[in-house]
Design a protein around this ligand. Sequence first.
Ligand SMILES: C[S@@+](CC[C@H](N)C(=O)[O-])C[C@H]1O[C@@H](n2cnc3c(N)ncnc32)[C@H](O)[C@@H]1O
Length: 383
Amino acid sequence: MPAKRKPASKRRAVRKPASRGRLKAARPSKPKTPLVRPRKASGPAAQAPQQLSPPIQLMQMLTGFMVSRSICAAAELGIADKLVRGPLYYTELAKAIGANQKTLHRLMRALSSLGVFAEVKPGTYALTPLSELLRSDVPGSMKHMAEMMTTPSHWLPWGRFDEAVMHGISAADKALGKDVFSYYAENPEESRVFNAAMSNFSAMSAGAIAKAYDFRNFERIIDVGGGHGFLLSTVLRHAPQAQGVLYDLPQVVQGAGEHFADIKDRVRVIGGDFFKAAPDGGDAYLLKHIIHDWDDERCVKILSNIANVMHPEGRVLVCELIVPNEPGPHFSHVMDLNMLAMTPGGCERTEEHFADLFKAAGLKLAGITAPQSPVNVIEAIKA
Ligand SMILES: C[S@@+](CC[C@H](N)C(=O)[O-])C[C@H]1O[C@@H](n2cnc3c(N)ncnc32)[C@H](O)[C@@H]1O
């Protein structure tokens, strides 16, 4: 059985600053001709943000979606994979991906000016630590995340974001005519990209979660809404004694498997609806980025379904951002807006808000573990 943990009031983990695993800088292979010295940056973009005048700062923010869209285009075109063997002149790169030479050159020049690629000599482009992450075959790849950001499932709702703010409704419901998960059920290709993007997202925090929280005393770990099981597989590798259950919608779990190749015999995959039931008898229930997708009422339903069937000494482990009570910059605030755009009533929550949800579901907040990642492990036990 899991080791007893102190209640939240006595066991408030110190929140460490968010950090991401570092990847080695990509070393472009040495060009035969000497490199042109990188031009010294000049103009507004070369100054620290706080030195920029308000119109320039605002203009940078306003053009943020153009940057985002350009990075997504580079991911969709698979440019990073073509640069793995070394820098390429833009005409060769265009040939390799079948793109228009002049327009590809413009994209590469712009993204290089932002550090996503590097222009190692005029017209020749190389990978940087940022574009390394747009490769399809590296640990920590964010290629699918980049692709997902501009699929219609995300792009269209964000185009109607003002309506969500104005009327307190989900922009996805407006733009897609249904909630986003029903939309994915009808659009398998976009659903594939979404599930792969969620695995990319999980890769940013799963290792840190598995290290920070001690899973070694659990026998049956159930990942509710576990997608393709990236987190569950990572946790099971840190908890060799445990069996795992991956639980998600039937059409989602049927695509799972790639993350379990070496631990197949320890994992059961179950398709189902977490609003109807949860697999029983678990002593740990993982819920990563599930609670933030739904309004309070539906969260209480999901949590109650778990509370009804969990082992009496079991733990519910909600892995989410926590909105700080103090004002100031925090990743959770923009993600909260993404929830407003994309989900039926979802939001990011404060610690107190989580405690209220647990209470309404017959649970109580037992502790918070802050791994070296923006995602916290918010632990609840039976009330
Ligand atoms: C934001 S994703 C998180 C996936 C995964 N936990 C992760 O962190 O990578 C939400 C997940 O909830 C699943 N989901 C949505 N509605 C569901 C339902 N009614 N029953 C079970 N799973 C559901 C989705 O298929 C998706 O995998």
